[in-house]
Design a protein around this ligand. Structure first.
Ligand code: GDP
Length: 314
C-alpha cells in the first residue's frame, strides 16, 4: 500500500490518462505528487531523466502515455511513435530501477495482442501471433516496455507492473481529427455537423470492427487499485467487459450529440483490428470492475467538449 505522503511521480500528466491519474490520486488523499511539464523535463532525453531521478528519488512511478494516437496517427507517424515511446520508457524504467523506486506501473495497450487473437483476449495471448499492421510500431514499443519491466524484475528484483488498458476515452481527450481515437473524433464530427446543419457524418471504415471502451476515471481508479494490490510481473488487462461495433458506437454518439442526419461509412479508410475485447477475469477476481457505462461516459465527455469550445471562444 502506498502511504498518503509517498513521493509519486506521474509521467505524462499532461495527457488524458495522466491527468486523470493525478485527479484520482489527489482525491484519494495523496499529497506528494511530482509532475513535470515537457519544458521542465524532456522525457526522451536520457541525461535529463537520469538527473531527475537522482535528484527527486520518487518512491512510486506511474508511466502514463505521452505520445499515442488513433488509427490515422498510427499509420502516419509510426516512426515518431516507436522512437518517442521506446526512448521515454527506456529512460524511466532504467533510472527508476537505478534509484530503487518501490514500484512502477507501466501502461501497455490492447494493440499489443495479435491481430487475430481469440476473443476476449487473455493475458497469455501476448506474442502468440502477428500484430495488426496499422499499429505495429506503437505495439512493438509497448511490448518492449512490458518485457523490459519483466527483465528488470528478474535481474534487479524490482516491482514493475504492466497494465494493459482497452481503448480509454473521456473529458480532455485529444479531439484533433488527424490524431484522435474514434470517440473524440466522432464527438467532434457529430457536433460540427449539428452546428453546421450538415446532412451527414462520415465514419471511417466499414462500421463492423468491434471495440471496448473504458471511461478514463474508471481506468485511473484501476491503476491506483493495482498499484496497491498487484505485485506480479505478468501483464494484467483492464477493460469494461463489453464491446460495441463502430456502427453502434456512432449511433450512440449521434444520440448523445443530438445530430439528426445520416451516417456514411467510408470504406477507403482502414478498419484496423476486427475485434479488440479484453478478457478481464483476472482483474475481476482481484475485486475490481468499471463503474461508468458507455452512454454515461459519452455524455460526460460531450459536456466537457462543449465547455472547452465555449471557453476557447471567449
Ligand atoms: P484503434 O482502436 O487502434 O483501431 O483506433 P481508433 O480508435 O482510431 O479507431 C477505431 C475504429 O474506429 C477503426 O476501425 C476506425 O477506422 C474507426 N473510426 C471511424 N470513424 C473514425 C474517426 O473519425 N476517427 C478515428 N480515429 N477512428 C474512426
Amino acid at each position: 500500500m502506498m502511504n498518503k505522503d509517498a513521493k509519486i511521480f506521474i509521467a505524462g500528466h499532461e495527457g488524458m490518462i495522466g491527468a486523470a491519474l493525478v485527479r484520482c490520486l489527489k482525491t484519494a488523499g495523496f499529497n506528494n505528487l511530482i509532475t513535470k511539464s515537457f519544458s521542465q523535463l524532456e522525457l526522451t532525453n536520457q541525461s535529463e531523466v537520469r538527473k531527475f531521478f537522482l535528484q527527486e528519488e520518487p518512491e512510486y512511478v506511474f508511466l502514463a502515455p505521452v505520445k499515442e494516437g488513433g488509427i490515422l496517427a498510427n499509420t502516419t507517424y509510426p516512426a515518431e511513435l516507436i522512437y518517442v515511446n521506446l526512448q521515454i520508457q527506456t529512460n524511466i524504467i532504467h533510472f527508476a530501477s537505478e534509484v530503487k523506486v518501490k514500484k512502477l506501473l507501466f501502461l501497455g495497450s490492447s494493440c499489443i495482442y495479435p491481430k487475430f487473437c481469440l476473443q476476449p483476449m487473455k493475458e497469455e495471448a501476448l506474442l502468440t501471433g502477428l500484430l495488426e499492421p496499422t499499429n505495429e510500431a506503437y505495439a512493438i514499443a509497448k511490448i518492449a516496455g512490458v518485457k523490459m519491466c519483466q527483465a528488470y524484475n528478474k535481474q534487479y528484483n524490482t516491482n514493475f507492473i504492466s497494465v494493459v488498458p482497452t481503448n480509454v476515452y473521456g473529458p480532455n481527450d485529444n479531439f484533433d481529427l488527424k490524431t484522435s481515437h474514434v470517440i473524440p473524433g466522432l464527438i467532434r464530427k457529430f457536433h460540427q455537423s449539428k452546428i453546421e446543419r450538415k446532412k451527414e457524418v462520415i465514419i471511417w471504415g466499414s462500421g463492423t470492427p468491434r471495440r471496448e471502451f473504458l471511461f478514463v476515471d474508471d481506468f485511473a481508479d484501476a491503476c491506483l487499485f493495482l498499484m496497491n494490490k498487484y505485485d506480479q510481473s505478468e501483464i494484467i488487462n483492464v477493460g469494461y467487459g463489453k464491446d460495441v461495433s463502430i456502427k453502434e458506437l456512432a449511433l450512440t454518439i449521434k444520440n448523445v450529440t443530438e445530430f439528426d442526419g445520416e451516417l456514411i461509412f467510408d470504406g477507403n479508410k482502414p478498419d484496423g483490428m476486427p475485434y479488440k475485447l479484453l478478457d478481464i477475469s483476472k482483474m475481476n477476481k482481484l475485486g475490481w470492475s468499471a463503474k461508468t457505462d458507455l452512454k454515461k461516459g459519452l455524455k460526460k465527455t460531450y459536456t466537457r467538449f462543449k465547455e472547452i469550445r465555449r471557453e476557447s471562444k471567449k
